[in-house]
Design a binder for this molecule. Structure first.
Ligand code: GTQ
Length: 348
């Protein structure tokens, strides 16, 4: 037996003997653990809204929102089968609430955003204040705030849920509870938090409305507000060659991201505009709000239409081509990565 052979025999014996002691050799897995650049287990993927909607409406015939607690089809990344995740850190799903239904009040450690895809007049109530939802509104239900959903309108309502479920799972830090009543008692009239905190000002004096947490006063960012803001900004600012005209939604309490674990933005690409290639470490979920175009992600190419969703995993190169004026909504774990000192981007 050669020296090398005898050494590898002895190593194999060592591995076998220490395995029952739950000890494994780093040098066999080092290359998978500490990689020179990200190589996400998630893959890029595209979900047609019309296709997903058909399945969601079928589910609507078979199970009530109340029985389901939340009637949601999870957008599961094909590279993360069984993980209920669209990227390793972020969850996304399409939620349906039919006329007259309620989704009962609960709260949990997980933070959520809702981005309205279809319907008008349903609400998400957060700590007892309703946000009446309209297409392409953004509504937040931050960590540990009570929330219930209801639909007094006459039409089905569908929105995209974005949550930090996989992040909370990573930290093993989940708590959840149900309220005794199905619907949280009303604490403020619909629109009160926008009226109070939604204009780059904050209330002074003893009457200041403190029904909302001080560090998270605003939870409704209506399309009727953000869409004109995006146009106005596009009329004044030079376009970013890698992103287009983009505005991040912020928490007015500190000017930072909307929540501790999730960042969200909207962007506008004028007809004919093509972004230059960009990679970033925050795997990002995009929803098409308006227009047509193409997303080129590595070797894949997706034709974009209104309400379609696609995911670009960490460090995948993205180029966007706008056939018509194109408006996108996007969210990711960027804020969490920035706080942890991990976020990187590469613009070519
Ligand atoms: O509406 O509270 O898609 O708790 C997943 C978990 C939605 C919600 C989801 C949830 C919710």
């Amino acid at each position: 037996m050669t020296l090398a052979n005898s050494q590898s025999r002895q190593l194999a014996d060592l591995y076998a003997e220490m395995a029952p002691h739950n000890l494994t050799p780093l040098w066999e897995t080092m290359a998978q653990l500490v990689k020179p650049v990200p190589s996400s287990p998630a893959v890029t993927h595209f979900w047609s809204f019309d296709e997903a909607r058909k399945f969601l409406l079928r589910a609507g015939d078979l199970i009530s929102a109340e029985k389901a607690e939340r009637r949601v089809l999870i957008l599961e990344n094909p590279g993360l089968a069984g993980m209920s995740a669209i990227t390793p850190s972020v969850y996304a799903g399409l939620q349906l609430i039919l006329p007259g239904e309620i989704a009962p009040a609960h709260r949990h450690s997980q933070s959520a955003l809702r981005f309205v895809m279809e319907g008008s007049g349903a609400f998400t109530a957060v700590n007892g204040e309703k946000a009446i939802m309209h297409p392409f509104d953004l509504v937040l239900t931050p960590s540990w705030e009570w929330h219930d959903h209801g639909n007094p309108s006459g039409e089905p309502m569908i929105w995209l849920d974005g949550l930090d479920i996989p992040t909370v799972r990573l930290f093993d830090a989940t708590f959840a509870e149900h309220l005794d009543e199905k619907v949280h008692p009303e604490t403020a009239a619909p629109g009160a938090s926008i009226a109070t905190y939604g204009h780059n000002m904050r209330p002074m004096g003893g009457h200041s409305a403190d029904y909302r947490p001080k560090d998270q006063p605003l939870f409704h960012y209506p399309h009727s507000v953000w869409r004109p803001a995006l146009d106005a900004m596009a009329g004044h600012a030079a376009i970013d060659p890698h992103i287009g005209h983009a505005l991040e939604f912020i928490n007015p309490a500190d000017g930072g991201a909307i929540m501790n674990t999730i960042s969200a933005h909207v962007r506008f690409l004028p007809a004919g505009f093509e972004t230059r290639a960009r990679r970033s470490t925050d795997g990002t979920v995009f929803v098409v709000v308006e227009g047509n175009g193409t997303a080129v992600v590595g070797e894949r190419e997706f034709n974009l239409g209104e309400r379609d969703t696609f995911v670009v995993p960490s460090w995948n190169e993205l180029r966007l081509q706008a056939k018509s004026d194109l408006v996108l909504f996007g969210f990711s774990d960027q804020v969490a990565q920035q706080k942890l000192g991990l976020f990187k981007e590469l613009c070519s």
